[in-house]
Design a protein around this ligand. Structure first.
Ligand code: PGA
Length: 255
């Protein structure tokens, strides 16, 4: 597991975008696992810039998003379908048919979750999964206590998560109580993980994720067991780490 501490949110975002762009350049049919929330917005901005200014080509790329609220229509401004369209898909040359966000309006949600898993396998598996982290250490909507081997399923959101996300809704009553989320086991099958965190409010969760014991009580700690994981943080999110970490990734030259 590699931990990088960047000067700023912009530097963190650029690093993540460059790593994703590198995968897409090497493998035009790459399968990208994407995330929502405020954290990855800068990464998506940089990917859009790379597409517009440097011709980064998404025409053959497939994407799978981590999660979606149950009950929100796809055009609801707080749905993750809407978020992805606004923040990335509408600005790059991706084929909408190749983009997948869990369907929180599905009639039979357990059956949908099973199908979502099958789609990922059929697409060849995730080449990379981008992750944010909750202040409580969740990844996607896998809240503390989630099985570390879990698969895509419905989860009840923690009160803390609902409060954290309430800023996006008119009032607490409007914040959904349930979400469909990829499981921790699903996420761990991605060939590469990139976990991002910025701001002081993530510092404790990042310290536990990088330096604490692996525990279901802090789901992000599972990343320690992944063979190819990079955690990229800004100074504030890295402020509670006890060891020293570099700003740049190791460059491995294989001759
Ligand atoms: P945020 O959420 O990017 O909006 O901070 C991250 C998360 O809860 O996973």
């Amino acid at each position: 597991m590699e931990v990088l501490i960047k000067e700023s949110y912009e530097e963190m975002s650029k690093q993540a975008a460059e790593m994703i762009a590198d995968i897409v350049r090497r493998k035009p049919r790459a399968v990208l696992g994407l995330a929502t929330g405020s954290t990855p917005v800068g990464t998506y901005k940089e990917l859009i810039r790379l597409h517009k200014e440097e011709g980064l080509d998404f025409s053959k790329v497939t994407t799978f998003n981590l999660d979606e609220y149950v009950g929100l229509q796809h055009d609801h401004p707080q749905s993750y379908h809407y978020f992805m369209a606004e923040n990335l898909f509408n600005h790059i040359n991706i084929n909408p048919k190749n983009t997948h966000v869990p369907d929180g309006t599905a009639k039979d949600i357990p059956a949908f979750c099973q199908t979502y898993e099958e789609w990922i396998v059929k697409a060849g598996g995730l080449d990379v999964q981008l992750l944010g982290i909750g202040g409580n250490g969740h990844i996607a909507f896998n809240e503390p206590g989630s099985s570390l081997g879990s698969r895509t399923r419905v989860k009840t959101l923690d009160e803390k998560t609902r409060q954290d996300n309430a800023r996006f809704f008119k009032n607490m009553d409007e914040v959904p109580k349930y979400a469909i989320t990829m499981g921790i086991g699903t996420i761990m099958e991605a060939r590469q993980l990139i976990l991002l965190a910025n701001k002081e409010s993530k510092a404790a969760a990042i310290a536990q994720t990088c330096e604490g014991p692996v525990t279901a009580m802090v789901p992000a700690t599972i990343v320690q067991l992944h063979p190819k994981a990079t955690i990229i943080v800004d100074k504030a999110a890295g402020s509670k780490l006890s060891r020293e970490y570099p700003a740049e990734p190791h460059i491995l030259v294989v001759s």
